[in-house]
Design a protein around this ligand. Structure first.
Ligand code: GDP
Ligand code: MG
Length: 439
C-alpha cells in the first residue's frame, strides 16, 4: 500500500477541496490493502461507503487542507472498523479461552497469565484439554516459563472434572485462566464440552482465540463459538508472521465483541494489548503510520491535548529531560506498541531490543498515568535533571505524589533506558535518520 496511497495523497497537496475522483482513488488504495490483509469484503465495502459519504459531504474545518480532511476521515473510520480494545479490569476474574485446535489457546493462556502477573495480580492457568496428546505437558512448561500457578491432571479424562478441581485448587489466584481443548473443526463434541465447562466455571469472560491467518472463515467460526458460549473478546495470535489479522475483524463484528490481546511470538512475553492505531498501521503496512499519526496528533490537539508532537529530530540535540520523555511516551502510545515503532527504524530493532528489560517497552496507559502523577510532584530542576535525583528526593516525591518509591525509581530507570536508546539514535548516520523520517 505505502507508496500508492502516499502517491494519491501527495496529489492532493495544495488542494483545498476533494473531487469525487480523488476520494475514489484513495478509497481504492485502502480497499486493496484491507482485502490483502484478509478483512471481510462486506466490512471493506461498508467502510468505503462511509469514507466516501463523509469525505464528500462534510465541510473540511477552516484552515485544513483536502489532504488533512480525507486523512482524518480515513483514520476515524478505520478506528471505527477495528473497534476499541476490550476492557480488561485489573481485578480478580475468571476467563475461559476457546478456539480451534492450533489457534494458540494454550500459548495465549500462558501469555495472558504472564501479562496479569506483570500487572501485579496472581494468575493461574487451568488446563482442561484432555483431547490433544501432550496438552498437559505443554501448558505446564509454558506456565513454568511464565512463572505462574498451574493446574492440570494428566490422569483425568473429563475436562469438566478438571475445571471443577482446578478452580478449587487455585483459590489463591486472582485471575483464573481456563484453557480448553480444540478440534480441527467446530463439531458437536467440542460445543458440548465448551458448554459444560462454561456451566461449571461460570467465567466472567470468554475469549475467542484466532490465528491471524484466519481468512473469510472467521465469521462462521465466531458465530458457532458465540452461539455456544458467548464471546466477549478476541485474541489474535501469530501476528509475527506474514498475516495481518484482518480476518479476525469479521469475528469481532459477528460476536459484537472487541479485540483484547495480540500474540506476536512463541514466548510467554510475546503478548500485547490490542491498541487501535498500532493495529491499523499493521493492517495498512507501516509506510503510512507517520501520516496517520500526524493526523491523530492533530486531532488530539483539537480535543485539548497539547505538546504531544513526536518529532524524531527533536531527539537529536540537547539534554533528554523528563519533559521530553513525557512527550515521547504520549506520542508513542498513540503510534502503537513501542517495540514496533522501534522496529521501523533501520539499525534499531532486534539487537537493541534484546538488551533492554521487557518492561522498557511497557508504556501502557496505566503506567503512564502513574508516571505523570510522579512527574507532577517533581520540581522543575528535577524534571530537567532526573539523574541528579537522590534518595531523599525520591522519598519526598513518593510522599508528594502518593505513589510508592518503587514507582518513582521505575520512572527514573525508564528515563535512563530511553536516554540510552537515544544515544543509539544519535549513533546512526544521517542517511538512516533521513530514511526513517521518510517512512
Ligand atoms: P492451541 O491448540 O489452540 O492450544 O494452540 P497452541 O497454543 O498449542 O499453539 C499452536 C502453535 O502455534 C504452537 O506451535 C505455538 O507455539 C504457536 N503459536 C501460538 N501463538 C503464537 C504466536 O503469537 N506467534 C507464533 N509465531 N506462534 C504462535
Ligand atoms: Mg492447547
Amino acid at each position: 500500500l505505502g507508496s500508492s496511497l502516499r502517491g494519491s495523497l501527495e496529489k492532493l497537496r495544495g488542494q483545498s477541496r476533494l473531487s469525487e475522483e480523488d476520494v475514489e482513488e484513495i478509497v481504492k488504495e485502502i480497499q486493496r490493502a484491507l482485502i490483502q490483509a484478509d478483512v471481510d469484503i462486506s466490512l471493506v465495502q461498508e467502510l468505503s461507503d462511509d469514507i466516501k459519504a463523509r469525505a464528500l459531504e462534510e465541510e473540511p474545518p477552516a484552515g485544513t487542507t483536502a489532504r488533512d480532511h480525507i486523512l482524518r476521515i480515513v483514520y476515524e473510520e478505520l478506528v471505527e472498523l477495528v473497534g476499541d480494545s476490550t476492557e480488561i479490569p485489573l481485578e480478580p476474574q475468571t476467563i475461559v479461552l476457546a478456539g480451534l485446535q492450533g489457534s494458540g489457546k494454550t500459548t495465549t493462556a500462558a501469555k495472558m497469565a504472564w501479562w496479569f502477573s506483570k500487572k501485579g495480580l496472581r494468575p493461574a492457568v487451568i488446563q482442561t484439554d484432555t483431547f490433544r496428546p501432550g496438552a498437559y505437558d505443554q501448558a505446564k512448561q509454558m506456565t513454568e516459563r511464565a512463572e505462574v500457578d498451574f493446574y492440570g491432571d494428566p490422569d483425568e479424562d473429563d475436562p469438566v472434572e478438571i475445571a471443577r478441581e482446578g478452580l478449587e485448587r487455585t483459590q489463591d489466584a486472582d485471575v483464573r485462566i481456563v484453557d480448553t481443548s480444540g478440534r480441527s473443526g467446530l463439531n458437536e463434541e467440542l460445543v458440548d464440552e465448551l458448554e459444560e465447562i462454561e456451566a461449571e466455571v461460570d467465567p466472567d469472560h470468554n475469549l475467542l482465540v484466532l490465528d491471524a491467518a484466519i481468512g473469510q472463515g472467521a465469521k462462521d467460526q465466531a458465530k458457532a463459538f458465540g452461539d455456544a458460549v458467548g464471546i466477549d473478546g478476541v485474541a489474535i495470535t501469530k501476528l509475527d508472521g506474514t498475516a495481518k489479522g484482518g480476518g479476525a475483524l469479521a469475528a469481532v463484528d459477528q460476536t459484537n465483541s472487541t479485540i483484547a490481546f495480540l500474540g506476536t511470538g512463541e514466548e510467554v512475553q510475546d503478548i500485547e494489548r490490542f491498541e487501535p492505531s498500532g493495529f491499523i498501521s499493521r493492517l495498512l503496512g507501516m509506510g503510512d503510520l507517520k501520516q496517520l499519526t500526524e493526523r491523530v496528533e492533530r486531532a488530539m490537539e483539537e480535543t485539548g491535548a497539547e505538546d504531544d508532537d513526536w518529532d524524531p529530530e527533536d531527539l537529536m540535540d540537547g539534554e533528554f529531560t523528563l519533559h521530553d520523555m513525557r512527550k515521547q511516551m504520549n506520542a508513542m502510545n498513540k503510534m502503537g506498541p513501542l517495540d514496533q515503532v522501534m522496529d521501523m527504524i533501520p539499525g534499531l530493532g532486534g539487537g537493541l531490543m534484546d538488551q533492554l528489560p521487557d518492561d522498557a517497552m511497557d508504556v501502557t496507559q496505566d503506567r503512564m498515568r502513574n508516571f505523570e502523577v510522579v512527574m507532577d510532584a517533581m520540581t522543575e530542576d528535577e524534571l530537567r535533571n532526573p539523574r541528579s535525583v537522590g534518595k531523599s528526593q525520591v522519598e519526598r516525591i513518593a510522599r508528594g505524589s502518593g505513589q510508592g518509591e518503587e514507582t518513582v525509581r521505575e520512572l527514573l530507570e525508564q528515563h535512563k533506558m530511553m536516554a540510552r536508546m537515544l544515544k543509539q539514535f544519535q549513533g546512526m548516520g544521517d542517511g538512516d535518520m533521513q530514511r526513517m523520517m521518510k517512512q
